[in-house]
Write a protein that binds this ligand. Structure first.
Ligand SMILES: Cc1cc2nc3c(=O)[nH]c(=O)nc-3n(C[C@H](O)[C@H](O)[C@H](O)COP(=O)(O)OP(=O)(O)OC[C@H]3O[C@@H](n4cnc5c(N)ncnc54)[C@H](O)[C@@H]3O)c2cc1C
Length: 267
């Protein structure tokens, strides 16, 4: 069976893309297409029109500020993040992007698409939550900045509203980060993931145990304190064909300790 007919536009500027999205409730932004096109093929979604962001220069690029802050355009691909010398200011970004799927997905998939999907099994939502990233969102009413803690609202739901686009992601300076995941096969999506950053105190973000990353701040970076923080969070993860709720809860503690070790340079 063929897909339903779908409109397609490839605007050359951010302003034009926002206008096209605002003009049609059924229009959706198309980034790398690695989730959206599959959703359409599975008939789980059926946009009226695709607004291809691929030609918009304002959404590209990785800038390293003098203070070590990274500003990453939403259309930056995983491969660009892996290969960028600027992104090496925060090495965990390239390390985690290199773990996502296969070379085709990494060449097409974008940091913006990954977090706008807000799929709990994706690698980047917990990572960006732990790093304290800020997202810039632009629409017809102007530009606003949203902290990662307010960006992820639910499964497939983010702070990006109708007629708006995520334009860039700002990541503060820092190097003491960690990430650990148990995935479906060697290059699959996560069954449970944990990201950690040590900046004053330890911040953890656990993925796949709730609709959005669960951010925790253990009393210290000791293994016992990390395990206690995970236990005290009373996680109630879903059970599915890949893992029971109980196993996911167990993995959350194990992976949080692993990520915390890496963040402290002890793994
Ligand atoms: C075989 C396979 C394996 C995969 N394995 C993994 C994995 O292990 N880990 C992982 O993290 N991901 C994995 N993915 C998902 C992949 O990372 C996707 O690239 C990602 O989820 C979506 O990014 P995209 O750029 O392709 O976005 P698209 O698919 O183009 O868009 C996804 C959604 O985000 C919206 N969107 C995109 N950009 C913007 C923007 N700038 N502003 C507002 N809305 C926007 C779109 O409208 C759409 O709703 C896998 C995908 C495939 C096909």
């Amino acid at each position: 069976m063929l897909l339903r007919e779908v409109g397609y536009a490839r605007p050359g500027s951010l302003g034009e893309a926002i206008q096209l999205l605002a003009a049609d409730d059924g229009a959706r932004a198309l980034a790398g297409g690695q989730t959206l096109v599959n959703v359409m093929k599975a008939r789980a979604g059926s946009p009226d029109a695709l607004i291809d962001l691929g030609r918009i220069e304002e959404l590209r690029g990785i800038e390293l500020g003098a203070d070590g802050t990274l500003e990453i355009g939403a259309m930056t691909t995983y491969t660009e993040l892996v290969e960028s010398s600027e992104a090496r200011a925060r090495p965990i970004l390239g390390e985690v992007c290199a773990q996502i799927a296969d070379v085709q997905v990494r060449n097409r998939g974008t940091i913006g698409g990954n977090i706008c999907t807000s799929d709990p099994t994706n690698h980047l939502p917990p990572l960006l939550a732990a790093l304290g990233a800020e997202m810039t969102i632009q629409g017809g009413n102007g530009v606003r900045t949203v902290a990662a803690s307010d960006f992820f609202l639910g499964v497939y739901m983010t702070a990006v509203g109708p007629g708006e686009l995520l334009t860039k992601i700002r990541i503060p300076a820092g190097r003491n980060d960690g990430f650990a995941a148990v995935t479906l096969g060697i290059d699959g999506t996560c069954i449970v993931s944990a990201a950690a950053t040590q900046n004053g105190g330890l911040t953890l973000a656990i993925g796949c145990v709730d609709a959005v990353p669960v951010v925790l701040r253990p009393a210290s970076a000791d293994d016992d304190a990390v395990r206690a923080a995970v236990q005290d969070a009373n996680l109630d993860p879903p059970s599915d064909v890949h893992a029971s709720s109980e196993y996911r809860r167990h993995l959350a503690g194990v992976l949080a300790v692993r990520a915390a070790h890496q963040a402290q340079g002890s793994s």
